[in-house]
Every structure is written in C-alpha cells, then in structure tokens.
Ligand binder design. Structure first.
Ligand SMILES: O[C@H]1[C@H](O)[C@@H](O)[C@H](O)[C@@H](O)[C@H]1O
Length: 639
C-alpha cells in the first residue's frame, strides 16, 4: 500500500472511530447506525482495494456510501412520477405539428386553431387550481392515477376524433391531466426524496417535461410526411407512457408525509422504511410528526387552508415567493419561444415549413440538454444561485433578441410596387411602405423579386388565408414560384435575421437549467405539509394562467409593439423578476422539508441563506480534504 493511501486509511479510521464514539455518547441510535454502515463499507473497501491508491478508495467508499444512503427505490418512484412531466411536455408540444396537418384536413379557421391549442392550457390552469383539494383529501397517489387516466382518455379521444368538436373535447381532457400532474408530481417526489437529493429528483420532472417537448417535436417531424392521418398518431402515441404510469402507480406507495398527516401511522412507517432501504426511519418519522403537531398548535386547523395560509405570515410569504417564481417563469417568454420558434425561425430566413419543424426539434433538444445541466447543478450551486444566474442570462438574451429584430426592422426592404387598380381587398395591404409594417399585419405578406440576393421589386399583398404559403391575388398568388419571385409571410428578408437564431439559442442555454425547473422545484419544498397541496395548486395555477396570457397575446403584442417591442417587454419583465428573486428567494438546498418554513419567518426579502448554515445539518467525515456527506444531523458531532 502506498504511503499516501495508508495515511488516508489511518486518518479515515480515526475519524470514523471518533465519530462512532461521539454518536454512542449521544445515544443517537439512527445516526450511530448510519455511521456504522458507512464505517463498515469503508473499511471493507479499504481492505479489499488498498492497492488501488487513495483516490480510488475514496471514490469507492463514496459510491458504496451513496448506495447505502439512497436505495434505488426512490429513483424508481421519481422516474415513474416524472412520466407525468413527460406527458405534460409531449401534449403541450405536439399540437403545433399536428395543427399544420389538422387545419388543412378539418378546415379549421384561425379561431378554431386557437381554441384547440389554448383549451388545453386553460383546462390545465383549472385542474391545477382544483387539484389542491384532491391532493389534500385523497392523497398524491390517487391524484397521479387520475391524471394518467385523463392522459390516456384524452389520447384515445384525440386519435379517434371525427370532427372539430371531439378534437376540442379531447384537448380539454388532456389539459385536465396536465394541470393535475403538474401540481402533484413535484410534491410527491419532494415528499419521498431524502433531503440531499430532493432538488435533483424534483428537477428530473422538468427534465422529463423538456424531454416530452423534444420527443413531440421529433414525432411531429416524422409524421408530418403522412399528410392524411399523421395527426392521429401524433396525439394517440401519448397513451403509451400514460398507461405505463398508471400500472406503475398501482404498485407504488402513497407519500409517507401525507399518510402521517392523515394519522395512518403504520402505513406511513412501512412506506418510509420501503423508500429509505436499510436505514432506520425513527428520526425522520418523529421529526415529520413533531412538525405536524407543532404547526397544528400554532396555526390551528379551523377554516379553509388558503385563509390560514394568507393569515399566517411564513406561509403567506412562501406563497408570494412561489407564485412570483411561476409568474416570472412565464413572463420571461419561454412559451413564446417554444410555441412560436418555427415562426421565429422563419423570420430569421428559413422559409421551408419542414425545415422549420425540424429546427424546432433542435431548439427543443437544446432546452432538454440544458435542463440536464440544471439537474446536475441544483445540488451543487443551490436553487438561489442557479435561478439568479439563469434569469440574468435570460434577460440579456432577450435584449439581444430584441436588438436583432430592431436592426432587422431598420433595414427592412421598402415596398416599391403598388397595384394599379387597388381593389378593396388589396387596399388593406397597400398602405404599408416597407416589409416590416407588412409583416406585422397578419392579413398581408411581402412578395419580392430577388436578383442575386438583392431585392429588386417588392409589394405588400393580401395573404391566402387558407394556407399562408402564397398570396391571395396578384404576384406570388401562384404556388409554383418563379425563380426570382419570393413570398415572405411573417418575416422579412434582411441580413440580420441570423441574430434571432443565435439569441434564441443563448436564451435557452440560460433559461433551461434554472428558470425552467426551479419554480417547480422550489414550490415543492417551501410550504409546510398542511399548506403544501394548496400552495402548489395556487402557484401551478398562476403558471398556467400566465402561460395562456403570454402565448395568446404574443402575436397581438408583436402587432402593436412590433417584434422588438415585444421582446423588450419580456426583457423588462425578466429584469423585474430578477430583482424579486434576488430579494426574496431563500436557499433551500440540503434542508429537510420540515426546516424550510423557518426561512420564511422573518419579513420577506431578507433571504438568501449563507452556505455556512449548512453546518447545522450536514455531517462530514474529512478524508484529507474530501468530504463525505453522511447524515442530516449536527455537524458539530464530528468536529
Ligand atoms: O418548466 C417548464 C419548461 O421550462 C417548459 O419548457 C415550458 O414549456 C413550461 O411552460 C415550463 O413550465
């Protein structure tokens, strides 16, 4: 054995024996047992692999220890739950590709298209708000089972829909599932996870949301070639994960915290032992039970939960932070980017419909990959730093996006050709003197003749409302474009269009790891047990309401404020959000759910717990500079 390795082993054994003595002295059974497990595994690894050198030993010990501390079952629980996140992402994402085919096959007017898209989001808002009641009274598990029934039923109705009314009904049913899943799943995972992994496991749910959005974009691309019934497959496929989730949850347990709250002691103990593996659960059980009893004494049990939450300062503050986070997530325009990225990409010069669909898939993939970064970063940086860094980057990206559009608007090509006999239909568009004005009017498109990338002659003409891909009359009304004649609907040919594409990517690189997942993660942890369902119902409801508001108003906002105005507006919202989060979001990393309420005891906006706070509840054994996270007790034990 090398000198360095033998030093390490000796040092470790001394630390461990010291730790065990301390533990025995304190007669703390739980912590003592856990240390023993770690000590045994560490010593056995040392005796087997001493030749491997200090680094290998340390890594092996850490791996062994993590296996002991985190049984695989909690990962199984999280992944099955996160299938609900996948369906949330899939069902909100798939509609844009399905719509391209549907509007032709079912002759959908603009109003019907808008109804089919936003009915889901509206229903999600409603069911998220009502889901709090279901969660509180029936439990998390039945709520998830009901959500998967909604997902499956919605998928079947949509895939079989014979008319637009059935289509609308199917989208509403799917929306009910999305809303219920979006508020229940983060809570369920947070209540089952051990505190040192909670952030990571809840963030996996958002990873699945973005995964669902990416998968939807790929399915949209693949089935877009099946012009006749491609949309049926797009919608119907979502029945597969929802059925898997349903059957999985028949075997998965109820949240132990909910069971304790409802007084189902034996069952709660059984579930807790099941998800904590070979660790003793007495300490965790007692701390949950005590905190419920104390809260009941302090807040009482009379009256509706929302009233108690609003009159009790810590939960009122938590609610403001939780709803604020969800509101600013949507106000920073993520869904404008996700729903309209094909349009935004077309504006940056990609004229081909299929190419735009595939590029949307690339954008969704970027969102997914960078959410994965969030999963990795959340337990390293903590929620606060991650959210602040993410929103700061998002704000800058929005400003660049807006500047890109501003620059494009300034060099917007002028209209040079006006029809000689302007009919009434024509006159809506003849009032525009350049492409920018023409593009912003949904009734008009820009028809231009280009000669080696120079625009020679151009006019603003009414669009053929049915397909948007050609003009209703005059030049460009013939679908077989001549070589030099181009039709630009919703965009203008300018040399600065690439800025939109680049800033869209920067936007997602910053948004995805922090502002995407953190509002969900933080909301799953900041409320005490009695207020958790209601708190999450309210904040998820706020998320969906602002989602509808922003995505429904984007095109109108762009019409009134122009595109750069709209993005400057979102940048302004994001900047206000940054101030709010900087002032009000405390760090919850590593804290037990029962400890988090204390962060909201002081008046709002003095938060931002320092790293040194962790000394209170994180125990380390130091092996020459390497820290092994052992238990959630007082660090002074090992000093
Ligand atoms: O956290 C998610 C995620 O960032 C999605 O990409 C977005 O579409 C949702 O609205 C949001 O809630």
């Amino acid at each position: 054995m090398s000198r360095k390795a033998s030093d390490n082993v000796e040092y470790t054994l001394r630390s461990l024996s010291h730790l065990m003595k301390e533990k025995r002295r304190k007669k703390d059974e739980n912590a003592g047992e856990r240390s023993l497990v770690a000590a045994e595994s560490y010593t056995s690894i040392n005796s087997q692999g001493a030749t491997g050198g200090g680094g290998d030993l340390e890594r092996a010990a850490r791996r062994q220890f993590q296996r002991d501390v985190t049984p695989a079952f909690v990962y199984v629980v999280s992944v099955f739950s996160a299938l609900g996140g996948f369906l949330f992402g899939y069902d909100t994402g798939v509609v844009s590709g399905a719509m391209l085919l549907l509007k032709k096959q079912m002759n959908l007017t603009a109003l019907w298209q808008e109804l089919v898209v936003s009915s889901t989001v509206g229903a999600a808002a409603l069911s998220a708000l009502l889901g709090g009641l279901l969660n509180g009274t029936c439990g998390r598990r039945p709520s998830i089972l009901i959500a998967s029934c909604f997902f499956t039923a919605g998928a079947v109705v949509l895939a079989a829909a014979g008319n637009k009314e059935t289509l609308l009904a199917g989208r509403v049913v799917v929306g009910l599932g999305i809303g219920l899943a979006s508020m229940t799943i983060p809570v369920y995972i947070a209540e089952a996870a051990p505190s040192h992994l909670r952030g990571r496991l809840v963030t996996i749910n958002t990873l699945f949301i973005t995964g669902g959005q990416f998968f939807a974009a790929v399915i949209d691309g693949a089935f877009s070639y099946l012009a006749k019934d491609g949309w049926r497959y797009m919608f119907g496929l979502s029945a597969v994960p929802s059925v898997i989730q349903f059957f999985g949850f028949l075997f998965l347990p109820e949240s132990p915290r909910w069971l304790i709250q409802k007084g189902q002691t034996q069952k709660a103990r059984r579930v807790l032992s099941q998800i904590r593996g070979n660790q003793t659960i007495d300490e965790e059980y007692d701390s949950i039970k005590n905190s419920i009893d104390e809260e009941e004494k302090e807040v009482g049990t009379a009256g509706p939960v929302i009233c108690r939450m609003l009159t009790y300062p810590p939960t009122r503050r938590a609610l403001i932070v939780g709803c604020g986070l969800q509101m600013f997530q949507q106000l920073s325009g993520i869904n404008t980017v996700m729903y309209y990225c094909a349009t935004i990409l077309q504006m940056s010069g990609m004229q081909d419909d299929t190419l735009a669909i595939w590029l949307s898939a690339v954008i969704a993939l970027i969102n997914f990959i960078f959410t994965l970064f969030g999963v990795w970063l959340v337990e390293k940086l903590g929620r606060r730093k991650l959210t602040i860094g993410s929103l700061a980057g998002t704000t800058i990206a929005l400003i660049i996006l807006a500047l890109g559009f501003l620059l494009s608007a300034q060099v917007s090509p002028p209209v040079t050709l006006y029809p000689r006999n302007s009919s009434s239909e024509n006159s809506i568009c003849t009032k525009y003197s350049d492409c920018n004005g023409c593009m912003l009017d949904p009734n008009c498109g820009f028809c231009y003749q280009a000669n080696k990338s120079n625009i020679v002659e151009s006019s603003c003409v009414p669009v053929d409302k049915k397909f948007n891909v050609k003009a209703a009359l005059g030049r460009c009304s013939n679908e077989s474009k001549t070589e030099e004649l181009f039709w630009a609907y919703n965009y203008c040919p300018t040399p600065y269009s690439w800025i939109a594409l680049v800033s869209l990517i920067i936007y997602l690189v910053f948004f995805a790891p922090g502002m995407g997942p953190m509002p969900w993660t933080v909301n799953s942890e900041i409320y005490p047990l009695w207020a958790r369902s209601t708190g999450n119902a309210c904040s998820s409801g706020v998320n969906w309401i602002f989602n509808v508001l922003i995505s429904l108003t984007f095109l109108h906002t762009a019409e009134y404020l122009t595109y750069y105005g709209a993005f400057f507006l979102y940048a302004g919202f994001a900047a206000v959000g940054l101030i709010f989060i900087y002032g009000c979001l405390p760090e919850t990393k590593g804290k037990k759910l029962e400890e988090i309420e204390s962060l909201f005891e002081n008046k709002l906006c003095t938060c931002g717990a320092s790293e040194s706070d962790e000394g209170r509840y994180i125990e380390y054994i130091r092996v020459k500079g390497s820290n092994y996270h052992l238990s959630d007790n007082d660090a002074s034990d090992v000093e």
